[in-house]
Write a protein that binds this ligand. Structure first.
Ligand code: ADP
Length: 897
């Protein structure tokens, strides 16, 4: 007894009380001791203290022990009451115990007191425990009953021996729709709704023996024929030593429906995922363990167990994609993003890569917010990728095509902003693609051009009709070009309108057109001039020829009075000179045309040249009563110049003869001076007071075959060659020529010439002359292929001086034969036009057996084509007829040295 108990002692004798208390003290009972000497104290302590046990004397002067017990039992029936008395008789003791006293102890046997107190207290404990147990049982029975009544599962209680239904709860009654009477005292196998399931005896015996049976899903029929699904669980247990079976029947119809619905949903989801080529997955962040929806493995062709860990999966991701995929996952796990997104290739079982789009997020975190589980969806996007790649490839292909197109191409939106430009457009506007895109570029064009662009754009956008227009376009370098722009409307599948433009730059075509027109005009002009020239030439030839022939007749016949012989000879002579001049002009002109009029620069005395020309025209000028003068300014009177003397002389002759020809009265003056005092340049002039030339014809008169349009000119005759030859010669000699003239007043033809390096050239000229003197080709043989006798003789006489031996062939075939017969031949002069076989053919054939022998072709002047043909045929050089002695020597010498 550990608990400290409160002992109330009713005793009128203090001595006895002390003695009794001492016995309690000496025991091991922990206690508080309350002594009541009379009824009043007794009742007070009983009320005020929570007394555990009462000890009482039997006889008290004013009170009675039995009375005290009665009072205590009425108010506190559980407090044990023990009589401690010296006077108590046996009957009284038995009576008191029958009345409820726990015990009695005689004062002369007080050693019993402590055990009596202890026993009483123990019994009290036991009693209170039993009471508690009884109360608990009642409570549990009530609870059980309530549960039984209120349960939302059906409950059947069976007698385990007989199988009879002993109880059924309201829920089952309501669930199945049968009355309680229809259940009670029926054997379970008698009841129809359990038929064929637990309702047969065998099944019941199984249940009896196993003491437990469970059916997850039993289909039952209710009284109104409705089907329900139940879960059936039964347990066997003892009730008051009697075995009962409790069957719990749970209606799972709704759960079943929900499960079916879930199943249906899941299979729908599976189907949807299958259709969408999708699968779900889950990764345990801590362990790396992955769980894949079966679709994912299926999509890749592997068994699902192949992928246990995230790393297993990463092993089949394309090496180039592993990095970005893993870093996307890390970013999610480290909280940088709340979504994981990656696109990667995966090696399928069949060995090809498939593209996947993967998206996921954290679905479970620990208490600190650290991700535990990541889940997501993966979608097979191979087809999309394939389409994208195909699109990209076709875009690249298209880009390549449009960038290869030489015509500039652009696409604009309705705000005139560029959406696409090709390389040709960029180079036209001198801008990069990225600078063009998104801009109108209008700021680079003059306003009037922009207005035209906008008007044309709007026309196409508004009418939808194609527009083709010629426009001016300032390119990226500021050059104004003429372009033809074709603009077409394009509407995409979302209804957006675009304008597709293709530019055709026709600037060069335009220029070419102008050139062609000009060339045509020139050709027509040239044709016209040539026709005029020919009629002039024939007129110029016929006139002196008539004179010559006519006067020769006179000369050979009888002398006619009035036609003195001298005069006739003079006329013939002058007519011949006219013819000669004409022929010379034509030859000069031909040489110029053929590019063969190369100047031979030598030193020449200026005054000598001018004086010679003066002397030539002195008489004709005087005959026309003209004041004819030559003027050489003092500083350049005695100078020598480096020039081609015959050509300079020719120029002066042409100009002076024109001046005299076109001047009826007045003067003709010619001469020269330093040009503006510069000692390195001379200014020549031929001034007259003749008919003059219209200003617009000042340049024209220098063109070949050209003559002034003035009617007067016709009477002067001429071929229109003189001035063009003069111009060509002056330019060849390094100067320029121009005319200043006023019709009716007179003209001044002027030209400049460089003085030249007199010292150096004199020396070179001297050396050249000396060199020529020493030309000595004695012992060498050359072959001249020339059908024309006169020409051959000319060659022979020119070459005679060199001592060379000359053989002649009269046609190409003859030349080949001669070359074969005479191996000593060191060079061939080959005429191109010859009978039997021409020079070109002969050269070609010679080249078949002799590749080295130098062959110099002689081509007709001005026939440029012939020269080229000659070189092509295998000739080493060519000479233009009429042959120039110097050039011929030079050429031969360069080969046979
Ligand atoms: P032509 O043989 O016809 O004189 P030119 O070439 O020498 O050929 O001259 C061309 C034309 O230039 C002449 O026909 C004439 O119309 C004009 N011309 C040349 N010199 C003079 C001049 N001193 N005064 C007026 N007209 C001239």
């Amino acid at each position: 007894m550990d608990k400290k108990i409160k002992i109330l002692h009713l005793e009128d004798s203090l001595n006895d009380a002390e003695l009794i208390h001492s016995f309690i003290e000496s025991s091991s009972i922990a206690h508080d001791y309350y002594l009541a000497e009379n009824e009043k104290d007794y009742l007070t302590f009983l009320e005020s203290e929570k007394i555990d046990i009462i000890l009482s004397d039997f006889h008290l002067p004013d009170y009675d022990g039995n009375e005290a017990m009665k009072v205590a039992q009425e108010k506190y029936p559980d407090i044990p009451f023990i009589f401690v008395s010296g006077t108590m008789g046996e009957d009284a003791a038995i009576y008191s115990v029958l009345n409820g006293a726990k015990d009695y102890v005689l004062k002369d046997n007080l050693k019993r007191l402590a055990p009596a107190i202890k026993r009483a207290m123990k019994e009290l404990d036991l009693e209170s425990m039993r009471k508690q147990a009884d109360e608990a049982l009642i409570v549990s029975e009530i609870s059980y009953r309530r549960l039984f009544e209120a349960a939302k599962d059906g409950i059947l209680i069976l007698d385990a021996e007989t199988g009879m239904i002993k109880d059924v709860n309201p829920f089952l009654i309501q669930l199945l729709g049968y009355s309680k009477e229809q259940f009670i005292n029926k054997a379970i196998w008698e009841i129809g709704f359990f038929k064929d399931i637990v309702a047969n005896k065998e099944k019941f015996f199984e249940l009896q023996q196993n003491e437990f049976v469970r059916y997850e899903d039993l289909p039952l029929k209710t009284s109104n024929g409705q089907k329900i699904n139940v879960e059936f669980v039964s347990n066997v247990y003892l009730v008051n030593n009697h075995k009962v079976i409790q069957c719990n029947i749970r209606d799972i119809t709704r759960r079943k429906k929900a499960e079916n619905a879930l199943l249906a949903n899941n299979s729908r989801l599976d189907l949807a995922m299958q259709v969408a080529n999708m699968a779900w997955w889950e990764v345990d962040v801590i362990t790396g363990i992955v769980t894949f929806g079966k679709r994912k493995a299926e999509m890749l062709g592997y068994p699902p167990e192949q992928f246990k860990n995230y790393k297993d999966f990463m092993a089949i991701v394309h090496p180039d994609d592993v990095g970005k995929t893993m870093s996307a996952m890390h970013d999610l796990i480290n909280g940088l993003f709340d979504k994981y997104e990656a696109e990667y290739r995966v090696l399928t079982k069949s060995g090809e890569y498939k593209w996947f789009y993967d998206i996921g997020s954290v679905i479970k975190k620990d208490s600190k917010g650290k991700p535990l589980i990541v889940t997501g969806l993966v979608i097979d996007v191979s087809q999309r990728k394939h389409n994208e790649e195909a699109l990209l490839a076709s875009k690249e292909y298209l880009d390549k095509i449009i960038n290869t197109v030489a015509s500039p191409i652009f696409v604009k939106d309705t705000e005139h902003k560029m959406c696409l430009v090709n390389d040709a457009y960029c180079s036209l506007v001198n801008q990069r693609t990225e600078d063009c895109i998104g801009n109108t570029g209008f700021e680079h064009f003059p306003k009037e051009q922009v207005d035209v662009f906008i008007a044309r754009d709007l026309e196409v956008f508004n009418t939808g009709k194609e527009s083709v227009s010629e426009e001016l376009f300032t390119d990226g370098w500021g050059k104004v070009r003429t372009i033809i722009t074709k603009k077409t409307l394009y509407t995409d599948n979302t209804g957006n309108k675009y304008l597709v433009g293709v530019i055709n730059d026709i600037t060069n075509r335009k220029l070419d057109e102008l050139k062609i027109i000009k060339a045509m005009e020139n050709a027509l002009e040239s044709d016209r001039l040539k026709t005029a020239f020919l009629s002039n030439v024939s007129h110029e030839i016929r006139t002196p020829m008539n004179a010559i022939i006519g006067y020769l007749d006179v000369l050979t016949g009888e002398e006619i009075p009035g036609y003195p012989k001298d005069e006739i000879v003079r006329i013939i002579k002058s007519s011949s000179s006219q013819l000669l001049k004409l022929i010379n002009d034509i030859i000069d002109f031909s040489r110029i045309e053929a590019g063969a009029a190369t100047p031979k620069m030598q030193s020449a005395e200026l005054s000598k040249i001018i004086t010679t020309v003066y002397n030539m025209f002195k008489i004709p000028a005087h005959k026309k009563m003209l004041d004819f003068q030559m003027q050489i300014s003092q500083p350049c009177k005695n100078i020598k110049i480096i020039t081609d003397e015959p050509k300079l002389r020719q120029v002066l002759i042409n100009l002076v003869s024109n001046a005299i020809k076109f001047t009826e009265t007045g003067s003709v003056q010619f001469g020269c001076s330093y040009n503006n005092g510069k000692e390195n340049e001379l200014l020549f002039y031929v001034k007259d007071t003749g008919i003059g030339i219209d200003e617009e014809e000042h340049n024209f008169v220098f063109e070949r075959f050209s003559q002034s349009s003035s009617i007067e000119i016709a009477k002067y005759g001429g071929t229109g060659l003189g001035l063009s030859i003069s111009k060509a010669f002056v330019e060849l000699l390094g100067g320029r020529i121009w005319v200043e003239s006023v019709p009716g007043i007179g003209s001044s033809f002027n030209f400049t010439l460089p003085v030249g390096d007199v010292k150096g050239l004199n020396l070179a000229a001297k050396n050249a002359d000396e060199g020529r003197k020493h030309l000595n080709w004695k012992g060498k043989t050359i072959l001249i292929a020339e059908d024309n006798n006169l020409n051959f003789q000319l060659f022979a006489s020119i070459l005679q001086i060199t001592g060379v031996r000359i053989l002649r062939a009269t046609n190409g075939q003859d030349a080949i034969n001669k070359l074969k017969e005479h191996p000593e031949i060191v060079l061939i002069l080959m005429d191109i036009r010859m009978p039997v076989m021409n020079g070109l053919e002969a050269t070609r054939q010679i080249r078949l057996f002799d590749k080295t022998i130098p062959i110099i072709a002689q081509t007709a002047y001005a026939e440029v084509e012939d020269r080229e043909k000659a070189l092509k045929a295998g000739c080493n050089d060519y000479q233009v007829k009429p042959i120039s002695k110097e050039l011929l020597f030079e050429s031969i010498e360069s080969f046979i040295k």
